[in-house]
Design a protein around this ligand. Structure first.
Ligand SMILES: *Cc1c(COP(=O)(O)O)cnc(C)c1O
Length: 443
């Protein structure tokens, strides 16, 4: 319905109905998205329903709060603000400046960092900006090997970081499934990289940032800590912080930190200018102000006592899930978890990751298939399954629910093509999700 029709209608009706009735009429009117683009509107509604009715075990995903979603979908998307607060290239920044300053101050308070840049568009651009601040093409960089749980942006060959820099990697032990700092030290002293990355994307164990900082000092490297996955745990005190140990700390804002999709870089005062210049004008144009505002909201949420409870419960839930999976004979890389993430090696179950992930999805349990260290299978058809507890913890689930989830996973793994069983479990999952409504998507 267009505006003129709407006005005509209200003019016709207004004299005749009381305000309560008008409210009902307006409520029944299609939202402007639905009116403008029913196809996208329907697809968004379907995706929202999918998120509300399935168990989301992908460890990089979460549920942002309604407050975060509201800021994300605001008029701030209309504003250009190249530069930093107080130093912009466009007028009309009186409110945007306050928003960005608040986001920065809250980031500094939450993480205890001297400097924060909240403009990176996401985790990968944040890492690229960190390189740009300190490296030249051809410099040597060292990070965790991708099949050992490292991220593409830590020098993997298909990524710009592997194409523009000379990358060397350290791996997790074949038996231990863990990073061995003696091996990291040996490789770092031999290779003398400009940058040493700590952290990764499929790392179920605590990252020893203090140990990495010592090695970086010994070999003369800059230490970059990538806490994309664990920043919510760090903020909530459920994982040691790299702030004060690493030269640069990068993170996404949408994983355990539970904010909008975005990125952030933290550093000491000494590196502040280099980082800011690298983000803008080095790499990006105008910041995404709607995301900055939503990040400020998420960081405000992270300052509450309840966020600490959430962060610690994520870890307790992951441990409960891991324990039950072990009881069911699942093999876990490194034998368990210290954080939010579990990497299952399905080799002993005789199931490729993709087959189980698809079967689980039909049973209402959403996971992602993943390579395991030294995986003999191809990355697109790997041996592992990567799961995590951030989203289900945000829904308020605790240890008893984790046991239930592990039991369902076992039943599906035992009967990966039993459609009737999957359907039954999917129904039970829907009931469980109803009992633990997710912020922002349930009703
Ligand atoms: C997710 C992730 C990134 C990249 O984040 P995007 O927002 O997807 O670009 C970078 N590093 C690590 C360790 C990650 O897990």
């Amino acid at each position: 319905m267009c505006w003129d029709e709407y006005r005509w209608l209200t003019n016709q009706i207004l004299p005749w109905v009381d305000s309560a009735a008008l409210f009902v009429i307006l409520g029944a009117m299609p939202s402007s998205l639905e009116a403008t683009d029913p196809t996208i509107s329907r697809l968004i509604a379907q995706e929202t329903e999918r998120q509300a009715s399935k168990l989301r075990l992908i460890p990089s995903e979460n549920f942002a709060s309604s407050a975060v979603l509201a800021a994300t979908g605001s008029a701030l998307t209309n504003k250009y603000s190249e530069g930093y607060y107080g130093r912009r290239y466009y007028e009309g920044q009186e409110f945007i400046d306050q928003i960005e300053e608040l986001a920065i101050e809250r980031a500094k308070a939450v993480f205890g960092s001297a400097h924060a840049n909240v403009q990176p568009y996401s985790g990968s651009p944040a890492n690229l900006a960190a390189y740009l601040a300190f490296c030249k093409p051809g410099d040597k960089v060292m990070g965790l090997h991708l099949p050992s749980g490292g991220h593409l942006t830590h020098g993997w060959k298909v990524s710009i970081s592997g194409k523009f820099f000379e990358a060397v990697h350290y791996k997790v032990g074949k038996e231990s499934g863990r990073v061995d700092l003696d091996e990291v030290r040996e490789t770092a002293l031999r290779e003398r990289p400009k940058v040493l990355w700590a952290g990764g994307t499929a790392v179920p164990r605590t990252v020893d940032f203090a140990g990495f900082a010592e090695i970086a000092k010994e070999c003369g490297a800059l230490l970059f800590a990538d806490i994309a996955h664990i920043s919510g745990l760090v903020a909530g005190g459920a994982h040691p912080s790299p702030v004060g140990l690493a030269d640069v700390v990068t993170t996404t804002t949408h994983k355990t930190l539970r904010g909008p999709r975005g990125g952030m870089i933290m550093a000491s005062e000494e590196h502040a200018k280099a980082i800011d210049r690298a983000v803008f004008p080095g790499l990006q144009g105008g910041p995404h102000n709607h995301t900055t505002a939503a990040l400020a909201v998420a960081l405000h949420e992270a300052q509450q006592e309840s966020f600490k409870t959430y962060a610690h419960q994520i870890v307790r839930n992951a441990k409960a899930l891991a324990t039950r999976l072990l009881e069911h004979g699942f093999e876990l890389v490194s034998g368990g978890t210290d954080n939010h993430l579990i990497l299952i090696d399905l080799t002993n179950k005789g199931l490729p990751g993709k087959v189980l992930a698809k079967a689980l999805d039909s049973a209402g349990i959403v996971t992602n298939y993943n390579s395991v260290p030294y995986d003999p299978r191809k990355p697109f058809d790997p041996s592992g399954l990567r799961i995590g507890t951030p989203a289900v913890t945000t829904q308020g689930m605790c240890e008893p629910e984790m046991v239930k989830i592990a039991d369902w996973m076992q039943q599906v793994a035992d009967a990966p093509s039993d459609d009737g069983l999957h359907e039954r479990i999917a129904g039970d999952v829907r009931d469980l999700c109803k009992a633990f409504p997710a912020p922002g998507v349930s009703g």
